[in-house]
Write a protein that binds this ligand. Structure first.
Ligand SMILES: [Cu+2]
Length: 149
């Protein structure tokens, strides 16, 4: 009897685990941040989120101890002037679609980083979605490039 139960558990557990992982269908494809000089007051971070599920979702906020505050921003060309604005309502993640935050567009703005972002380093964060809930993610820090801020 005992043996039969453990066999059943062995069969059921992998099913339960894969169901939990695929419940929302939301996964991060790429998450990275631009390296900053040691005293930089802000830093930009970017990521791509894929939604394999049939339910549309929304990225509400991002939590991490890497910065005092993290805001979702939009960069756009306003009559030849690049402007940024804070987006308070979050960003939509379509069903069977993706959400891309990249240089020159949507981005995460890290205010007062708690430690320098050095190329080759990493930091952890938690993406908070309206439906999928909290999704842990590791951002990779890349060397300073040309575009963006
Ligand atoms: Cu910004």
């Amino acid at each position: 009897m005992k043996r039969w139960i453990s066999m059943m558990l062995a069969l059921l557990l992998p099913l339960a685990a894969s169901a939990a992982a695929g419940a929302s269908g939301v996964r991060v494809l790429e998450a990275w941040a631009r390296a900053t000089p040691p005293v930089a007051p802000v830093a930009g971070s970017y990521l791509t989120v894929v939604n394999d599920g049939a339910q549309a979702d929304r990225l509400l906020r991002v939590e991490s101890d890497i910065a005092k505050r993290i805001e979702i921003h939009e960069m756009r060309n306003d009559n030849g002037v690049m402007r940024m604005r804070r987006i308070d309502a979050g960003l939509p993640l379509p069903a069977h679609g993706r959400l891309t935050l990249g240089p020159g567009g949507y981005h995460l703005m890290l205010f007062s980083p708690t430690r320098p972002l050095q190329a080759g380093g990493h930091f952890d964060a938690i993406l908070v979605f309206e439906h999928a809930g909290k999704l842990p993610v590791t951002f990779e820090v890349r060397a300073l490039g040309t575009a963006g801020h």
